[in-house]
Design a protein around this ligand. Structure first.
Ligand SMILES: Cc1cc2nc3c(=O)[nH]c(=O)nc-3n(C[C@H](O)[C@H](O)[C@H](O)COP(=O)(O)OP(=O)(O)OC[C@H]3O[C@@H](n4cnc5c(N)ncnc54)[C@H](O)[C@@H]3O)c2cc1C
Length: 525
């Protein structure tokens, strides 16, 4: 048996898995960890296919790329990316109803009170204003327009952020090349056996080709199976399928029939929902559903019927369950990506979670991997942060389902009547009664996101912040009208999404100037 022995120093960090999670981890480690202190290797088996889907992303990905020094246009060309400023939800509250969850603010605070309170007051007084009129990214989506956000923070044009729709397979390939160029050792082979020390810490991985890879610290990016965290370290799984019952996804790309729009579509079906994601060269389509309420045949049939263009491949099916291992970091192993749990892709959160996990791990990376006390302390902090992220995302996703008014199928009746976590019940009650929102500085889905889904699903607060009453009603109407006009004018001045995209990608690097907003809502992870 051939053996690769780890040196005392630098520490040997082994990443198991070459899907997006593995390559994002390898790319970030190779760029952001001191290279004289850590040797990074990535093991993957070509026998075990990557999941590969993951086309809709959140604005944070821009910062990930920026921190790695990746040129945006180069990345967009290689991943066939388009811009994205939100997600449209159709048929979720009831058939025929839709709303957009934008990457940005609604209006601007009025006398330091969040805008939705002013809107609620007008609404309770009988006005029929659409909240959409006060959101630049919503209006831009509806008109298929896009421009880079302004860096002038007092301008309405700075009130949004953007992300991308990408070909996820190409992104993994892009990061693979990036990581290898940065010195990551890429090892091919299937891990058949994991060797552990007396206290259960992982010492080495035995591959099917006879190689034994020793390591000091292991990152499990092996996908749904969780080869290290679940199969070896036996960390218990926390099951959330009661609240998020969808357990199957079918992906099927198709031809474009029109220019790509700058938003993702999530269209509710009888027992789940369809995604439609516009890339430069094709549409990504898929059907996420619960197999207890429909059959794979019907779900595939519905997906095929929904296609706008010719299918470009055979449908591919994925099985999953909502939930996560109770600890993502256990002993000397951290699980990232699908190995650390899954929440369905309704709000495009998985790549974000990978990014957030990587950045947190880098922040608390163990200095002495033989010091089990240091490992435990850092694991505690890491798991605390990741748990917070997952729980908030879980509640936010459940909100889309439990607030439905649909009773036309067994699936929607289940969602409408299911019990929900106490943490979510409290949030919904607070908003229903007073228009109040849980506030926090870090993590995903700040106040405007919750407002978008609450109001989009038809939950109108019974009251509003009383400070709004300090403003004279005419003045309030005037201020709201001004914001609406500013949004309308800004959208009118924006180029069509497709035109800007083509122009941007074809410009020489020195001519690609763009401004970027502060992104306070989409804090750098
Ligand atoms: C239907 C669906 C739609 C999705 N849509 C989105 C989306 O729009 N946006 C988003 O952000 N995310 C989305 N996701 C999630 C996204 O696809 C994943 O987060 C992403 O692909 C990362 O997967 P991964 O790298 O963790 O695992 P995988 O892609 O499964 O990679 C696992 C790797 O581990 C290797 N491996 C496993 N076992 C072994 C072994 N024993 N030995 C050696 N190698 C091994 C495999 O070879 C592979 O390289 C979606 C997921 C699904 C299922």
């Amino acid at each position: 048996m051939a053996t690769i022995t780890s040196k005392q120093s630098p520490k040997k960090v082994i990443i198991l898995g070459g899907g997006i999670a593995g390559w994002m981890t390898a790319a970030a480690f190779s760029k952001l960890l001191p290279e004289d202190q850590y040797d990074i290797s990535l093991i993957e088996s070509k026998q075990i296919t990557r999941v590969g889907v993951g086309e809709a992303t959140l604005p944070h990905l821009r910062f990930f790329n920026e921190r790695l020094g990746i040129d945006e246009a180069d990345f967009m060309k290689k991943t066939k990316a388009t811009f994205k400023v939100g997600i449209e939800f159709s048929n979720w509250q009831k058939k025929g109803a839709s709303f957009i969850h934008p990457f940005g603010e609604y209006g601007q605070p009025i006398n330091k009170v969040d805008f939705h309170h002013a809107w609620t007051k007008q609404r309770l007084n009988g006005a029929k204003h659409s909240l959409d009129d006060y959101s630049l990214p919503v209006m831009a989506s509806l008109h298929s327009k896009f421009n880079f956000p302004s860096s002038h923070l007092d301008s309405i044009s700075s009130s949004y952020a953007y992300s991308y729709h990408i070909d996820a397979g190409q992104y993994a390939k892009f990061l693979e090349e990036f990581s290898e160029a940065n010195g990551v050792d890429h090892i091919e082979g299937k891990v058949n056996q994991v060797n552990q020390g007396e206290q259960g810490h992982i010492k080495s991985l035995l591959l099917d080709n006879g190689l034994q890879i020793n390591g000091d610290f292991f990152v499990d990016c092996s996908g749904f199976n969780g080869k290290l965290i679940s199969q070896t370290l036996d960390v218990e799984f926390e099951d959330w399928t009661h609240w998020l019952p969808c357990n199957t996804g079918i992906a099927l790309p198709s031809d474009h029939t029109e220019n790509p729009v700058p938003y993702t579509k999530a269209i509710a079906q009888d027992a789940g929902w369809l995604w439609r994601i516009p890339l430069q060269h094709r549409l990504g389509n898929g059907h996420v559903f619960c197999d207890q309420f429909t059959t794979a045949e019907k779900a595939t049939d519905d997906l095929v019927k929904s296609l706008l263009g010719k299918p470009l491949a055979d449908p591919v099916s994925y099985k999953f369950g909502a939930g996560k291992p109770k600890k993502s970091w256990y002993k000397n192993c951290v699980a990232i990506g699908l190995a650390s749990g899954f929440l369905e892709p309704l709000e495009s959160t998985t790549l974000y979670l990978i990014q957030s996990s990587i950045m947190k791990l880098i922040e608390v990376f163990p200095e002495n991997t033989n010091d089990f006390e240091e490992l435990d302390i850092k694991a505690y902090e890491y798991n605390r942060c990741l748990d917070n992220e997952m729980l908030r995302i879980r509640d936010f996703l459940i909100l889309h389902y439990c607030t439905t008014e649909r009773t036309d199928t067994e699936f929607w009746r289940y969602c409408k009547n299911m019990s929900i976590p106490d943490s979510l019940t409290e949030k919904i009650e607070l908003f229903k009664e007073f228009g109040c929102l849980d506030t926090y500085q870090h993590g995903l889905f700040r106040q405007p996101s919750w407002v978008a889904v609450y109001l989009g699903q038809g939950i109108i607060p019974k009251s509003y912040d009383p400070r709004i009453d300090l403003i004279d009603n005419d003045e309030l109407q005037q201020k709201m009208a001004t914001i609406k006009n500013q949004v309308g004018e800004a959208v009118q001045a924006m180029p069509a999404h497709h035109d800007l995209l083509i122009k941007y990608l074809n410009k020489s690097p020195q001519n690609r100037t763009k401004a970027s907003a502060s992104m306070s809502l989409y804090g750098r992870t």
